[in-house]
Design a protein around this ligand. Structure first.
Ligand code: FPP
Ligand code: MG
Length: 328
């Protein structure tokens, strides 16, 4: 997979990203040293800041340049970080963004509560904006959908027969919603035109799906050092993902039997990882996933076709391709 340089795409919004970075820490400061330490661990622990970038670009593409975009962008990242802290507890993941996960360092209790604390900060940031109803509505719908997606995914844990359509619905909820909300809220800062806002909804939904398909793929094919998290974790946790759903449908019935066995019980063993890696190569699963993700990315770009040409529009188009070509 080739890499498109995200920092190059975002060069012209560097000042916005710096302001958001400051806001992330400033708005999560607590009166208690240990809370600060734990929050800093997850906020300063890296990450692509994709949701803030999308929010700022969407706002700019609709003509908005004010500071409220920084607040809302910080809000989307905090929701994201909180959801990952909880997700890593659910997935028992040891590493995230190249660092020890919060629950590995300080235990599940601290991790669950730090996630809750970040949510509390989000609420207070929203209230401090003097309650913009649209953002409140979008974000409450979004967090509800993310929880619903994760609950369904957890319920399906260990199930080898989840249908592809059901899986796409789950990822639309757990990943797509917050990405879409970031795009919509950015757009709404600059415009009230429903058709334009809808274009950003479509853009967000499509890159959200592309993003998660590649996320699923990287779990199986990427180098752990580059990825910044443990690979094969989805299999190990009994989480059926897009590449495996595809492979299940194209391999022989013998291979399918072994795949199910590996998925259910033996995903941790070296021979199993080796066997799956060969199976994925045999059926060109990486190429297939990239092709499907690129179709979603192309759909995202097509949604923006009615917008006037501007650097932010170009960056959003490039970002759609980045989501597919990224290697971490
Ligand atoms: C990562 O998925 C997880 C998500 C995209 C959503 C997590 C959502 C929750 C835990 C629900 C609670 C959310 C809120 C806002 C309270 P993944 O495990 O496929 O990706 P990974 O490989 O990066 O862990
Ligand atoms: Mg996870």
């Amino acid at each position: 997979m080739s890499t498109t340089d995200l920092s190059e795409i975002c060069q012209f919004i560097a000042a916005d990203l710096d302001a958001i970075e400051s806001k992330l820490l400033e708005k999560t400061t607590s009166h208690y040293d240990f809370v600060d330490l734990a929050v800093q661990h997850v906020i300063e622990g890296g990450g692509k800041r994709l949701r803030p970038i999308l929010l700022v670009l969407s706002a700019k593409a609709c003509g908005y340049e004010g500071e409220d975009a920084h607040t809302l962008a910080a809000v989307t990242e905090l929701i994201h970080v909180a959801s990952l802290v909880h997700d890593d507890v659910l997935d028992e993941a040891p590493i995230r963004r190249g660092h020890e996960t919060l629950h590995s360092k300080w235990g599940n209790k601290v991790a669950v509560l730090v996630g809750d604390y970040l949510h509390a900060r989000v609420l207070s940031m929203l209230v401090a904006r003097r309650a913009d109803d649209a953002a409140m509505r979008i974000l409450s719908d979004t967090t509800q959908a993310m929880c619903e997606g994760e609950v369904i995914h957890a319920y399906k844990n260990g199930d080898f027969n989840v249908a592809q359509d059901d899986y796409l619905k789950i990822i639309g909820l757990k990943t797509g919603k917050l990405i879409t909300a970031s795009c919509e809220m950015g757009a709404m800062l600059g415009t009230e035109d429903l058709e334009t806002i809808h274009a950003f909804t479509e853009y967000g939904e499509s890159i959200g799906t592309a993003f998660q398909i590649i996320d699923d793929l990287l779990d199986l094919v990427s180098d752990e050092t580059k990825l910044g998290k443990e690979s094969f974790n989805d299999m190990r946790e009994g989480k059926l993902t897009f590449p495996i759903i595809y492979t299940r449908g194209v391999c022989t019935s013998d291979e399918k039997g072994t795949l199910e066995r590996v998925f259910s019980t033996e995903a941790d063993e070296d021979w199993a990882i080796d066997w799956i890696t060969k199976l994925l190569r045999r059926y060109q699963v990486q190429e297939y996933c990239v092709q499907i993700a690129q179709e979603y990315a192309d759909r995202a770009k097509a949604a923006l076709v009615g917008l006037p040409d501007a650097p932010a529009k170009t960056a959003l188009e490039q970002l759609a391709d980045y989501v597919v070509s990224r290697d971490r």
